[in-house]
Write a protein that binds this ligand. Sequence first.
Ligand code: KG4
Ligand code: ZN
Length: 344
Amino acid sequence: MPRILGIETSCDETSASVISGTGDEATLESLVILSQDVHRIFGGVVPELASRQHLTAIVPVVTRALDDAGVTLDAIDAVAVTNAPGLVGALLVGVSFAKALAHGRGVPCVGVHHMEGHLFATALEHPDAVPPFTALLVSGGHTLLVDVEAWGRYRLLGRTRDDAAGEAFDKVAKLLGLPYPGGPHVERLAREGDPARFRFSRPMLRRNQQPGDDDYYDVSFSGLKTAVLHAVRGGTPDDHPHIARAFHDALVDTLVEKTARAVTQFDRSRVVLGGGVAGNRTLVDAMRARVRPLGAEVHAPSTRLATDNAAMIARAGLFHFERGERATLALNAFASQPLPGLLP
Ligand code: KG4
Ligand code: ZN
């Protein structure tokens, strides 16, 4: 049974994980996630600081992941590493380390697309979170709605035209004077808000949209952010919970409705959520309530596997490893790259 060491350094988490298994029977043996706190001071990720911290952390994080799994490098059959998309300087730390380690040990290295990793994350916790399913990936950098026909066969249905869902949460948190990263803070504040006090229009959501319209699945959150800005300027701090609630409701409604459209069009019985925003309970509960009548179950990862982690990279890497895919020493890091396995 192959055992994979996964490495993730695309943004501000240095993470390593060991998994073993074949096909959809994969076991998580260890997962270490070191979140870089330094960025909180700046209210956002500072790329140069992220790279430096990855450099300092990578050896202890990998060592710890091996220790936690109770194995040495001798037991590793392949090294899987995120090589795109992300901050190039940050990615390069993981990619260079993984290539050197794999080359030194004489084992294969496999490059993994970070967003494909998010597609696999929930499968590590829920045996039913396997294709075919409708996937909604909502993170700080990306918002993708994907029909997953099989592992490696993806139909990209929609994406954000401007801000990612997590980015919208972070920007709104800033406007409301909440700390970074803002998602959990906005979610908490919104719970205290009165839903009737403010109402923001649902971006890119109209009743008369038809499959095939280019805004049927796409989303856009920058207008919502501007609506929040105007409400904050025109109100008092007492309004903040209500503004947070109106923002939260509009964003969740939009994501849930677009996902429900995909479930209906492709007649799927599962919805799999991924990315940091999938840790949002309100979103998960609203998604369940909306798609259950359509006959679909919702699978969401735990917070630990929703945010950036190397277990999902190891899991996606295992899939590519089993298909015989091997990276050469020319494996490079890319800031952006289309999801692999996209169907026309
Ligand atoms: O997937 P992730 O860890 O990193 C990226 O790949 O971007 O996602 C981080 C994002 C941040 O924008 C953060 O504010 C958001 O996920 N987030 C949340 C929640 N927890 C994290 N957004 C809304 N509600 C949450 N509970
Ligand atoms: Zn991510």
